[in-house]
Write a new protein. Structure first.
Lengths: 117, 283
């Protein structure tokens, strides 16, 4: 799992690439989000376009970190889900938990930030 | 594993495609490995006789000698290298001969450059030396017995999903996900991630259905006691079980059974619940 990080105003965008599975990406994501939340960066957008595989542990970590961000007054929103990832969130009923966007600009706007900020 | 200083290994690359040899040598050298390359089987065997390599990247369709024969000779050495097969041949028989010959992984050409680096890095781990016992290697009936490690789950899934490569994409994705979830459960909870314990996997391909059976060495479980799994959540609260998992000190997760139930047509446990069967119908 490789994570690229960039910032638009107070929103952090994490681009995830590779496998988000048990002991293969889940801990990398945990450490990255924990680090950001500890620094007060609690408004996060996760770009899942290049996540090649996702399993129960990976989904569990997404939810766990979503709850961490929420507890600190922020949130984690998801963009660019692959068709398969979208299906998995649907059948686990997590599409009702996460805010999911097809476009990064829309995700930023939901945080009150314009894409060009 | 990403620390190239720790994971640097001696790699012998065997392929008659000069351009591919150059490209892979460059990639793997940049990843921190020492790479030698040869273009045919006899040269590969000569290098293996004269020197020691940790990993062999081996094309199957070599000009003067099949890569499968090189695999057999390489694996028969006193300290056999880990062998990763590469091929454009997508017949099940070729894959199954590779499994029977104790190939570590099987990569179908063309593959993304990053994949070869990841697989070579994985092959450096201690689990790479573990063997898979092949009970049956027919395309219609694959049956394997393997140590309970997560690396083994990756290897087995890679082999099984190559057999399913010609299925429609939605079926293949559903089966791959269900297989992954149930195999990981068997290895993690039933086998306690203990390589001395074994998981038994059967994959049966009939004309109209796929049948998978996974038997783990654990005592099984009580499905009514799975408060830490998403299948126990009440309607309208899809993440309640995560609070239970946190209280119990379990890692985040617990969605595997809920996902699998939705992805396959039949999901059946034995009485103890240490063996599970799932079926996907093809029509």
């Amino acid at each position: 799992m490789h994570i690229d990080e960039r910032h638009v105003a107070d929103v952090t965008i994490l681009h995830l690439a590779g496998r988000l599975e048990l002991e293969e990406g889940d801990l990398v994501l945990r450490d990255k989000v924990n680090d950001l939340v500890a620094k007060g960066r609690v408004k996060l957008i996760l770009d899942l376009k290049d996540v090649t595989r996702l399993d129960s542990a990976g989904i569990g970590m997404l939810v766990s970190k979503y709850l961490s961000a929420r507890q600190r007054g922020g949130s984690i929103k998801l963009v660019h889900l692959t068709r398969h990832s979208d299906h998995l969130l649907d059948i686990t009923r997590l599409a009702t938990v996460f805010e999911i966007f097809e476009d990064e600009a829309d995700a930023l706007k939901s945080f009150g930030v314009e894409a060009g900020a | 594993m990403t620390d190239s200083a720790q994971s640097s290994r001696r790699v012998l690359l065997v392929d008659d495609d000069r351009a591919l040899r150059y490209a892979l040598t460059t990639l793997l050298t940049e990843a921190g490995h020492y790479v030698e390359s040869v273009g045919d089987g006899p040269d590969a065997l000569a290098r293996l006789r004269d020197d020691t390599f940790d990993i062999v990247l081996l094309d199957i369709g070599l000009p003067s000698m099949s890569g499968l024969d090189v695999l057999a000779t390489a694996r028969a050495r006193p300290t056999p290298p880990v062998v990763i097969m590469m091929t454009a041949d997508d017949t099940p028989e070729t894959l199954l001969q590779s499994v029977r010959g104790q190939a570590y992984r099987y990569l179908r050409k063309p593959f993304p450059p990053r994949e070869i680096v990841d697989v070579v890095n994985d092959a450096v781990g201690p689990g790479a030396a573990l063997s898979i016992e092949v009970v049956s290697a027919r395309p219609e009936w694959l049956e394997l017995v393997a140590p309970c490690t997560l690396e083994m789950a990756d290897r087995i899934q890679s082999f099984v999903m190559h057999l399913d490569a010609k299925l429609p994409e939605d079926v293949r994705e559903a089966v791959a996900q269900a297989f992954r979830e149930l195999l990981t459960n068997a290895i993690e909870w039933g086998g306690k991630l203990d390589p001395s314990r074994k998981v038994r996997i059967s994959c049966v391909r009939a004309k109209r259905m796929l049948f998978y059976r996974i038997a783990d060495p654990g005592k099984g479980f009580d499905i009514d006691g799975l408060r830490h799994a998403a299948i126990s959540n009440p309607d309208g609260d899809p993440i309640r079980h995560l609070l239970v998992r946190e209280e119990q000190g379990l890692r985040p997760g617990g969605f595997g059974l809920a996902m699998t139930r939705s992805l396959v047509d039949e999901l059946i446990y034995n009485e103890a619940r240490n063996e599970v069967v799932f079926v996907k119908y093809l029509d």
